[in-house]
Design a protein around this ligand. Structure first.
Ligand SMILES: Cc1cc2nc3c(=O)[nH]c(=O)nc-3n(C[C@H](O)[C@H](O)[C@H](O)COP(=O)(O)OP(=O)(O)OC[C@H]3O[C@@H](n4cnc5c(N)ncnc54)[C@H](O)[C@@H]3O)c2cc1C
Length: 415
């Protein structure tokens, strides 16, 4: 069989085994897992942008990914810190021992383009319509496929409840070594005020020392509205860098507005993005951590699970693959209920100016508990421990938040 990208105008000839729509983190990792683990698999990864992965930096704790799944990330050149990380709050400063990793999207693109056969990746190609039998591109080309996986971006839904995490980060090349050896995952010793009255929120600065003279500084806040004033955030990043003596040039920048989910009707939200017979994955399919909005550990697990299924059962149909992903998404939603409850505590029980205390209370707990929390694998004793002790929020408000269904997610287009 000749492997070549579909030509414009080709219709329903020579169906692919799998078409993956969206070459972001989730789609790229599924392609990688299929390439490595399903020999002979004929798949196509379709990405609207010029590169795979967009313009991001993804970071994670080493323990977020199970040891057996880490090999999927082994081909990427990562930034890594084995000596742990720091956090700083008004009443708590601590170094935790967990190793930390970070991957720039430019490297994600480079490594995937190196490893995946050229005919498996279509860049600058927009899918117009997806269905159980394939994908129709914006130029009318039809790519027939036995299975279609939709990995396009997350779509906010009114069926979900929660708030937003708003951030802007800049990568500095400093005039002299910055002197940092570990990441600072949360420096919350900063003003707890969000710009333009965007639901006064928990705010912190995140710092990654990328090399001796390069540092990434990101200003983040949790807010009710999906709004960002990039000018204000750039000013804050610049002021933070200056206060630490990191002068130099800004060589890169990223920004994001990500959902923090505190409840909702997951079936209804999925129904809004589901296409019959098409599998859903990535953030769009619900595979994210409700409180941190991280998706990387779940994207790794999903990619491997899909590849395992196709390697074991080459005859699996598109409908079956869609049902498989849906079952995984629903299991993920059930297993993350606790984090949605914590999101309600943050957005509803904690007075805005005191949201910082919720995190300070959390970070005073044992390192292993913090690790399991980020990995989305908190045990029942962890869950009890997080909620006990001197409560960082007023008990009546906490009880109301426990039983509340959450504030509807503001679905204005993030600005
Ligand atoms: C700036 C930023 C930093 C983040 N940092 C982290 C982090 O440190 N750790 C972490 O775990 N998570 C992080 N996240 C959250 C989350 O992991 C990312 O959003 C992640 O990229 C989601 O991956 P995805 O593949 O589901 O979706 P996306 O990355 O949104 O990928 C979807 C892809 O689909 C493409 N596309 C859209 N429409 C079409 C179409 N019609 N046809 C073809 N292609 C299409 C898009 O161009 C895009 O490349 C971050 C998010 C942002 C925005």
């Amino acid at each position: 069989m000749v492997d070549s990208p579909p030509t414009p105008g080709a219709r329903d000839a020579d169906p692919q085994d799998v078409v993956i729509v969206g070459g972001g983190l989730a789609g790229g990792l599924i392609a990688l897992a299929l390439h490595r683990q399903v020999p002979g698999s004929r798949f196509v990864l379709i990405e609207a942008g010029r590169t795979l992965g967009g313009h991001h930096r993804w970071s994670w704790f080493e323990t977020d990914i199970r040891p057996g799944a880490r090999a999927l990330m082994a081909g990427f050149t990562l930034n890594g810190w084995d000596e742990g990380y720091d956090i700083a709050f008004p009443g708590l400063a601590r170094t935790l021992p967990t190793a930390y990793r970070s991957l720039a999207s430019a490297e994600f693109h480079r490594a995937l383009m190196d490893e995946l056969p050229a005919e498996r990746v279509m860049l600058e190609t927009k899918a117009e319509a997806l269905d159980a039998g394939g994908v129709t591109l914006a130029d009318g080309t039809r790519i027939a496929a036995r299975r279609v996986i939709d990995c396009r971006p997350f779509k906010p839904s009114e069926a979900l409840a929660g708030g937003w995490q708003v951030f802007l980060g800049q990568h500095f090349r400093c005039d002299k070594p910055h002197g940092l050896t570990r990441p600072v995952i949360m420096d919350a010793e900063v003003d707890q005020v969000a710009p333009h009255g965007n639901g006064e929120a928990y705010r912190f600065v995140y710092v990654l020392p990328l090399s001796q003279d390069e540092v990434f500084v990101e200003d983040t806040y949790y807010a009710d509205q999906p709004k960002m004033d990039a000018g204000v955030l750039k000013g804050r990043v610049a002021a933070y860098a200056k206060a630490h003596g990191w002068t130099g040039e800004v060589i890169d920048q990223e920004a994001g507005i990500l959902p923090v989910i505190s409840g909702g009707d997951f079936d209804a939200a999925l129904a809004e993005v589901s296409i019959p017979g098409v599998a859903l994955a990535g953030a769009r399919g619900g595979f994210s951590h409700p409180l941190t909005s991280y998706t990387l550990p779940f994207a790794v697990e999903n990619a491997l699970a899909i590849a395992r299924l196709l390697a074991r059962r080459p005859d699996v149909t598109g409908q079956e693959l869609a049902a498989f992903c849906r079952r995984r998404a629903k299991r993920h939603w059930r297993s993350t209920a606790y984090y949605r409850m914590l999101s309600r505590m943050l957005f509803e029980a904690a007075e805005p100016g005191k949201r910082v205390v919720v995190f300070e209370h959390f970070y005073a707990l044992r390192g292993a508990l913090v690790e399991r929390f980020y990995a989305g694998r908190s045990t029942w004793p962890d869950r009890l421990r997080i909620l006990t002790g001197k409560p960082p929020v007023a008990i009546p408000r906490a009880i109301r938040a426990l039983f509340s269904s959450g504030k509807p997610l503001n679905t204005e287009t993030p600005a």
